[in-house]
Design a protein around this ligand. Structure first.
Ligand code: MN
Length: 230
């Protein structure tokens, strides 16, 4: 082992239902505007030519069930409920069939977004990093192995804010499903076990404040729960 000047960071992990070993998280890819109703609510439409992506550092991950401090540098912190894919095998230049087989499992996650900073970035043609990639911006529930749930179809994806339903869609409303998203990504990255993909959010995005309780789910998966604090 090489001596390091300060303790070396280790990969964060996600628990897996029915498994004692945890899933070590390497990278977090995120799909933008993958539901038509959400693309419309942000004044856009699904790009018919190709999906687009942004990334979050693995260090942005926080497990479901913990309190999360309201993010720094924003006055408009938004929730986005998403289905999360977890890869179990490497993928490079993969077909959709190969991509589908490489999915280890699924989870429910929140892609927290500093919407005011994103608006500035969009207007000025700047990167989205400050809007999307910050501490505790990826809040993710435990993984369920792919074989332990029904095949993906019209499962409901939903989110409540302080008990009121704010997002309510179906996975089948995704413009591009998991296999298509992974196949496409694998032409640009040598994907690895440990890579997660957040697959986009349905309509109904909105702001949280200190004290907000957010819960979200997908049929057949453990829900994500978080309370925001000052
Ligand atoms: Mn998102």
């Amino acid at each position: 082992m090489t001596d390091t000047l300060f303790p070396q960071k280790t990969y964060p992990t996600l628990p897996v239902k029915g498994e004692t070993a945890a899933y070590p998280v390497h990278r977090i890819f995120c799909v933008g505007q993958n539901y038509a109703d959400h693309a419309k609510e942000v004044g856009s439409s699904v790009d018919t030519e190709a999906p687009f992506f942004f990334l979050k550092d693995a260090s942005a991950l926080v497990p479901s069930g913990t309190d999360v401090a309201y993010a720094l540098g924003t006055e408009n912190l938004h929730y986005e409920i998403e289905l999360v894919l977890a890869l179990g095998q490497p993928l490079f230049n993969a077909s959709e069939e190969e991509a589908a087989r490489a999915i280890y499992g699924y989870a429910v996650g929140l892609d927290m977004t500093r919407r005011d900073l994103q608006a500035v970035a969009k207007k000025k043609g700047r990167p989205w990093d400050f809007a999307k990639n910050f501490e505790e911006s990826a809040i993710i529930a435990p993984l369920t192995r792919a074989g332990d749930m029904d095949a993906l179809g019209d499962q409901r994806i939903w989110l409540t804010l302080d008990g009121d339903v704010r997002q309510d869609g179906k996975l089948s409303d995704m413009a591009r499903g998991p296999a298509e998203v992974l196949s496409y990504l694998s032409r640009f990255y040598r994907l690895q076990p440990g890579d997660l993909v957040m697959t986009g959010t349905p309509a109904g995005i909105g702001a949280v404040v200190a004290g907000s309780k957010v819960e979200g789910g997908v049929d057949g998966l453990d829900p994500v729960r978080v309370t925001f604090t000052d």
